[in-house]
Design a protein. Structure first.
Length: 372
C-alpha cells in the first residue's frame, strides 16, 4: 500500500522507496519530491512561460523518476546527485528489459525531465544527449543527429537577427507605442506601467544573436554555452580561448576561431550585457531570463523557434542544438579536413592528437569567415 502523503494528487514517496530509506533519508527525499512535483505541475513543461505538465504526465514521470533514483541507490546507496553517467548506465540496462520501446522511451524522457528540473531549480549544468535513443513503436537506435545544411545555417543567422525585434522607441506614435508596451509587458512578465526604454532596448538586444553566431562558428555544446565566460573572449584576435580547466573535455587549452561577423556581434553583446543587474559579480557570458546557465532544454526551445521563423523544416528530423555543432564539423571537414574539425570542436581523440599542428587557427578563421 502506497503512502497517502500526496501533493497535487501525486504520491510523494512511493512505498518501494519509503521502505528503502531510513527516517532521515526519507525526510530528505520527501522534501526533494515535494519540490519536484510542484515544479512539474506549474513550471515543468516550459519554465519561461510558467507552463506545467498535465496531471497524468506529471504523475507518470514522477513514478519513473522514483524508479531511476532507486536504481542509483541499489548501486551507490542513498543520494540525490543524479548524473549523466548514471543515466547512460541506466539506459544500457533498459535495453535488455522486457518492456516495450514505448515504455523505455517514456522512462528516458522522465530522466531528461529530472535533469531539466535540476538545471532550472538547482543551478546544475547537466546536458544529457543519450547515445541510445528509444522511439515509440520502433527498435532501439543509435542515432546520428541531423545537421543543418549550409543554406539552413544562413537562414538561421538571418532569423536570429529578426527574432523578437520591435520598432525603435522613437519611431512609433504614442498610440502604437502603447500597444508595443502591452506586448513587452506580456513578454517580460511585468505590469505595463513598469515597461521602460531599457525593456524596449532589451527586446532588440544582441544576446540571442551572439549565442547563435558564436555557436555557429565554435560548434558549442549546450553545456559550453552554459559555461561560457567573458574571460574566454579574445575579440582582438577573433578567438575563444578556453582554458583546460574550464573546457568540457578538460584535456587542452583550446583556441577556437571566430568569424569577423561573430566577433562584432559579441562586442555589441558585451556592451549591452553591462546594463543588466543579473550579470554583476558573475563572469558568465550568457544567462537565461531567470539568471540561470543555459542548457539543452532552453537552447533547443530557442532553436525550434528560430527554425519556425526561418522556415527550416524539422518534421521527421532530430534537430537539436547539437545539429549546429554537427553542421560546423561537416563544413569544417569539407574545407579544412579532420584536424581542423578536432580543434574547432574541441574533440578528445587520441587518433587526431598527432595532427594538431596541421590546422593553424588562421586557416580555420578563413573558413568561418567564408560561411557568412
Amino acid at each position: 500500500m502506497q503512502s497517502r502523503d500526496q501533493v497535487e494528487d501525486i504520491v510523494v514517496v512511493p512505498e518501494a522507496s519509503e521502505q528503502y530509506l531510513n527516517q532521515r533519508q526519507l525526510e530528505d527525499y520527501r522534501e526533494h519530491r515535494v519540490n519536484l512535483i510542484k515544479w512539474l505541475r506549474h513550471l515543468g513543461k516550459d519554465p519561461e512561460k510558467a507552463e506545467g505538465y498535465a496531471y497524468d504526465t506529471a504523475r507518470q514521470r514522477c513514478y519513473k523518476i522514483d524508479q531511476f533514483y532507486r536504481w542509483i541507490w541499489d548501486r551507490e546507496g542513498y543520494t540525490l546527485h543524479a548524473t549523466v553517467e548514471h543515466a547512460d548506465k541506466f539506459t544500457k540496462e533498459l535495453v535488455y528489459e522486457e518492456h516495450s520501446n514505448t515504455h523505455k522511451a517514456a522512462v528516458q524522457k522522465a530522466v531528461k525531465t529530472l535533469f531539466k528540473y535540476l538545471n532550472h531549480e538547482k543551478a546544475r549544468s547537466i546536458d544529457w544527449e543519450p547515445d541510445i535513443k528509444f522511439t515509440n513503436g520502433g527498435s532501439n537506435t543509435h542515432q546520428v543527429r541531423d545537421f543543418l545544411t549550409g543554406d539552413e545555417r544562413r537562414r538561421l543567422k538571418q532569423a536570429v537577427l529578426e527574432y523578437g525585434s520591435i520598432p525603435h522607441y522613437n519611431s512609433v506614435e504614442p498610440r502604437e507605442r502603447s500597444r508595443w508596451k502591452a506586448y513587452l509587458a506580456q513578454r517580460f512578465e511585468k505590469p505595463k506601467q513598469e515597461v521602460t526604454k531599457e525593456d524596449w532596448n532589451r527586446a532588440n538586444g544582441w544576446k540571442y544573436p551572439s549565442i547563435v553566431y558564436a555557436s555557429m562558428d565554435a560548434g558549442f555544446r549546450p553545456k559550453e554555452v552554459g559555461r561560457a565566460k567573458v574571460s574566454w573572449l579574445d575579440l582582438e584576435n577573433n578567438l575563444f580561448r578556453i582554458p583546460k580547466e574550464e573546457s568540457t573535455k578538460n584535456t587542452e587549452n583550446w583556441h577556437v576561431a571566430l568569424s569577423d561577423r561573430a566577433s562584432n556581434i559579441l562586442r555589441k553583446w558585451l556592451s549591452e550585457r553591462e546594463n543588466y543587474d543579473k550579470y554583476r559579480g558573475t563572469g558568465a557570458l550568457w544567462l537565461t531570463r531567470y539568471g540561470n546557465p543555459y542548457g539543452s532544454e532552453s537552447l533547443n526551445r530557442l532553436l525550434k523557434k528560430l527554425c519556425e521563423e526561418a522556415g527550416i523544416p524539422t518534421k521527421n528530423r532530430d534537430i537539436t542544438w547539437y545539429s549546429i555543432r554537427h553542421s560546423v564539423g561537416t563544413q569544417m571537414s569539407r574545407d579544412q579536413g579532420p584536424a581542423a574539425v578536432q580543434q574547432q570542436l574541441r574533440q578528445r581523440s587520441k587518433e587526431m592528437a598527432v595532427r594538431y599542428d596541421q590546422a593553424p587557427v588562421e586557416d580555420r578563421q578563413d573558413t568561418v569567415n567564408k560561411w557568412d
